[in-house]
Ligand binder design. Sequence first.
Ligand SMILES: Nc1ncnc2c1ncn2[C@@H]1O[C@H](COP(=O)(O)OP(=O)(O)OP(=O)(O)O)[C@@H](O)[C@H]1O
Length: 230
Amino acid sequence: MVSDITLNGVSYAFGANTVLNHIDLHIDAGSVVALLGPSGCGKSTLLRLLAGLTQPAAGEIFFGGRQVARAGWSLAPEARDIGMVFQDYALWPHMTVAQNVAFPLKMRNLPRRECEARVSQALSRVGLRDFAERKPAGLSGGQQQRVALARAIVAEPRVLLFDEPLSNLDSELRESLCLEMAALLRQLGTTAVYVTHDRREAEILADRIVHLSAGSVAADRLISSSGEFA
Ligand SMILES: Nc1ncnc2c1ncn2[C@@H]1O[C@H](COP(=O)(O)OP(=O)(O)OP(=O)(O)O)[C@@H](O)[C@H]1O
């Protein structure tokens, strides 16, 4: 099941530094929204609030009809039914690729066969079916990020969150993985929020680009399927 996302008057501050200032935003179920903006504008902070890694100082966040955060309270990340992909891959080095990908299924108590089938499907989707028994250290940066992507989608979460997942890769690889991720996100139909400071990446991946500037929404534009502004 996918979920829409609603932020009502969400604010956040580090001490006296207001980082997000009364954000109102509705994200349709199944859409891919890029959060674009210069360094320090609050993109990662907004994503961390969606992930449940931090709590808003004011406002509320809903996934579907369910409140997941309000001032001073936040539902834990593991209770939110989300998948996350970070810039630094965040794989467990002692586990194989298959064990890394299977990790989100552990808490779900699924039969072993179903776990194996899901891991195999997720690895196929990212083109890594033959790498299941490798350790992350034996993979390139692009392959490690594909593992992180497979781990994010394996449990079929209701929301996918991406924090600059391609920024550690060289430009050629970035472009090709970006196109693959765009195709995968269309195929999955999961609601996704994608933080980037790269406008081209945002245009390839997203249905809609929300520009943040100094903690506020500065522009909000729909993108047509050809990558042009609608
Ligand atoms: N732990 C922290 N303590 C104090 N201030 C912080 C902390 N983390 C971030 N900030 C400040 O909050 C503001 C927003 O940071 P945030 O990481 O959300 O921006 P960003 O748009 O994601 O930037 P970048 O693209 O560089 O990652 C910045 O001014 C930053 O300096």
